[in-house]
Design a protein around this ligand. Structure first.
Ligand SMILES: Cc1cc2nc3c(=O)[nH]c(=O)nc-3n(C[C@H](O)[C@H](O)[C@H](O)COP(=O)(O)O)c2cc1C
Length: 353
């Protein structure tokens, strides 16, 4: 337990930080104003990333942590009242108030799934997901957030192409390369010391892939090998992962503003926890969406001239696949060999204001 925190608050915080975050950056801060009132804000410095355009990924991750707190509270017989902060580009996002309400109590299975959930980047089995399970995943919609489950081959293939184009840009961008390698945790010891970032043995690339990844650290090496098709091969790998899966799930929001990204994060996490409960695996693949949004707003500014053609292609594909609204998250959903254990998190006191 953290000094000055009650057991209830500690349990709420412990659940909150099991939420997903881009590159496992854990961009949350929490301030308990009283026993049953917690303010959630962003840690923009920890969240800094090329993919966090206009702090959108941060807002999504905050939404996911809010959902976790709501589930933990409900499992203890508390209702959660959520007040979103005024949108002014500041760090404050929301305040949660918990009130005793036995009618809200949910099953322990849900809260267990919250703690067991983890991203699975391994290949999934190309098996369909039964419509009754798909319906269960969508049982509790969040207002203003749209969920599209793509299960037919043509749709999956179209999105797999988009993912592949996005990854061709990702793997040929020196800034993204440096960021990725600054966040990789190359061994157990490093993971235990740093407790933030991507553990190499959770990337689903196997021991050989991990060796290759270590070797690819110097950017000039990647550049040299790109002439021999390295970037193309890496992106192809992502495309294949997306193609051979039960479903791709696209989350969109019709409205702009950080509050809608927070809401979308609540929705994403609700589905991921439910998927875990049903034994389904999830793997986020939103890179193409985020690169496209940056390009759509800022133009080629943060990219290389060589990316222009790929970005234009990405734009026209995404425009036709999402005619209205903004893509917030795209992920693979399917049956597969589960990951063991959990990814690392910082100690609880590092999240307190
Ligand atoms: C906004 C957002 C974007 C993410 N993008 C990716 C991604 O492109 N590829 C990936 O493998 N995981 C992605 N993730 C998953 C995180 O890497 C993962 O949540 C984090 O490493 C912690 O691991 P865990 O969710 O298994 O606890 C994303 C998560 C969020 C919230």
């Amino acid at each position: 337990m953290v000094p000055d925190m009650t057991e209830f608050q500690t349990r709420i915080l412990t659940a909150a930080i099991r939420a997903p975050s881009g590159d496992n950056c854990q961009p949350w801060r929490f301030h308990f104003e009283s026993e049953l009132l917690v303010r959630v804000s962003a840690h923009f410095h920890r969240a800094k990333s090329f993919f966090d355009f206009e702090h959108r990924a941060t807002a999504l991750s905050i939404g996911a942590s809010i959902e976790n707190m709501r589930v933990q509270a409900a499992s203890e017989g508390f209702a959660t009242e959520l007040a979103y902060a005024v949108e002014n580009g500041g760090e404050n996002y929301a305040t949660l108030t918990f009130t005793r309400n036995e009618a809200m109590r949910i099953s322990q299975a849900r809260v267990a799934a919250l703690f067991e959930r983890t991203v699975n980047r391994r290949p999934f089995l190309p098996m369909a997901i039964h419509p009754s399970l798909r319906a269960q995943l969508l049982e509790e919609p969040v207002d203003g957030v749209m969920v599209q489950m793509i299960t037919e081959r043509r749709g999956i293939s179209q999105w797999a192409d988009v993912i592949e184009i996005g990854d061709r840009i990702r793997y040929s961008h020196p800034v993204i390369h440096e960021e990725l390698f600054s966040k990789l945790l190359f061994n157990r010891q490093m993971a235990q010391d740093v407790r933030m970032g991507l553990e190499i043995d959770r990337l689903g690339v196997g021991p050989l892939g991990a060796m290759l990844l270590r070797w690819l650290r110097p950017w000039p090496r990647v550049q040299r090998l790109s002439r021999w098709g390295l970037v193309y091969a890496l992106a192809r790998q992502s495309g294949l992962l997306a193609r051979f899966t039960g479903a791709l799930v696209l989350i969109t929001t019709g409205r702009t503003g950080s509050q809608n990204w927070v809401r979308a994060g609540e929705q994403v996490q609700r589905i991921w926890i439910k998927a875990q409960e049903l034994g389904l695996q999830t793997h986020p693949m939103p890179v193409a969406l985020y690169l496209d949004q940056r390009y759509h707003t800022e133009g080629l500014n943060d990219f290389l001239p060589a990316h222009n053609e790929l970005l234009q292609r990405l734009r026209s594909r995404i425009e036709s696949l999402i005619p209205t609204g903004t893509g917030v998250m795209l992920f693979r959903l399917g049956w597969g060999w589960p990951m063991r254990g959990q990814s690392v998190r910082l100690p609880l006191d590092r999240f307190l204001d």
